[in-house]
Design a binder for this molecule. Structure first.
Ligand code: TXA
Ligand code: MG
Length: 335
């Protein structure tokens, strides 16, 4: 299959491909998504094939208007309405009891469905010209999520019908996922909308254990995606926890031509080995927007080992931490 690279002026072409049951990678404010008609089970099954994604990992349905949610869910509780009023359109996904119109391929046989209303104007246009779209991140399963059309092309060339090139994504990590199918609601994946913001909007929100820790043997994941190895570069990533001084001492002693560092901007002058800056130490928004492309860059440059700071867990730091510990297979060195 030849993969078309479309400009944002060609979204009508992309919408036609979707209506005919094809697969289109679309920009969103978080990461690029690989979209198909959410009501077409066969088209959705092709998403799993193209990504090499396990069939038991359910997808998010993307809508452009709040009204579309009534075709997707069985219940729309008050807390969900408050979250939608406050954070949609934007990087928040809500899990709700699903309607029986949702194909099993979307929800992977669960009784719930994940729904998100993205703010990216090109994603919204594609949805409004076609239909609600089932879309996971547009990477090969397991690798870092794509934050540019080029990243998508590197993973998906020849596997999907088209890519809409909408430039680089703003947020850079996937949406915050909260389930409202349990009470109190539970944060399953941190993202651009923070735990603090969610609690301010609806009160108690439980932080699921799997956000910060590996699943224990035999434990069932509340979100199936959390049990798989994720976001991992080919290079071996290790996180270091300690002061800036101890970090610099540790990495500077590992200059071997095969090792690189994901560093903070403040450290650039003191580093004696190759580095990829992630932003300033406490600027988690910038770190989130650069993380996945930094992991891909480390691989493109052929590094075998990468060291990075273990970020803090406040605000958007929680999302950066969650992606980094998974990319590192939970390897943290205490300095
Ligand atoms: O920002 C995003 O959310 C991006 C863009 C494209 O919208 N999409 C994305 O999709 O990250 P994906 O498939 O890579 O991640 C969806 C996560 C997975 O961890 C999946 O297991 C979880 O959401 N999920 C989906 N439906 C679920 C459900 N019904 N119950 C529990 N977890 C669910
Ligand atoms: Mg993904």
């Amino acid at each position: 299959m030849k993969t078309l690279m479309l400009s944002v002026d060609e979204i009508e072409t992309a919408a036609r491909i979707i209506r005919e049951g094809g697969l289109v990678a679309m920009p969103t404010e978080t990461v690029y998504g690989l979209a198909a008609d959410a009501y077409n089970g066969k088209a959705v099954a092709n998403i799993f094939r193209a990504k090499g994604r396990p069939m038991d990992n359910p997808l998010i349905v993307h809508i452009s208007e709040l009204e579309q949610i009534y075709g997707l869910v069985r219940e729309f509780p008050d807390k969900a309405r408050r979250l939608a009023d406050r954070f949609w359109p934007g990087p928040l996904t809500m899990i709700l009891p699903k309607s029986d119109k949702i194909p099993d391929e979307v929800s992977a046989g669960l009784d719930t469905v994940a729904v998100r209303c993205p703010s990216d104007p090109n994603a919204r246009k594609l949805i409004s010209l076609s239909c609600p779209l089932a879309a996971p991140s547009a990477n090969l399963s397991g690798s870092p999520s794509p934050t540019s059309a080029q990243h998508v092309l590197n993973d998906m060339d020849g596997r999907i019908d088209a890519i809409i090139d909408g430039g680089e994504c703003d947020v850079g990590v996937e949406s915050t996922v909260i389930t409202l199918a349990t009470d109190p609601p539970r944060l399953l994946r941190p993202g651009g909308i923070t735990l603090e913001q969610l609690r301010e909007a609806i009160g108690e929100v439980i932080l699921d254990d799997a956000v910060l820790n590996p699943l224990k043997n035999g434990e069932k994941a509340a979100s199936p995606g959390m049990k798989y190895k994720h976001y991992a570069p080919k290079a071996e990533l290790t996180l270091l926890r300690g002061s800036e001084e101890s970090f610099l001492r540790y990495v500077n002693s590992r200059k071997d031509g095969k090792t690189a560092v994901l560093c903070y901007d403040e450290e650039i002058d003191d580093l004696r080995l190759p580095f990829i800056p992630l932003g300033r130490a406490k600027d988690y928004h910038v770190q989130a927007s650069r993380l996945f492309s930094a992991l891909r860059e480390a691989d493109d440059k052929g590094f075998e080992r990468v060291f990075a700071h273990c970020p803090g867990t406040e605000g958007v730091g929680l999302a950066v931490y969650n992606r980094m510990i998974r990319a590192a297979g939970f390897k943290i060195v205490e300095l």
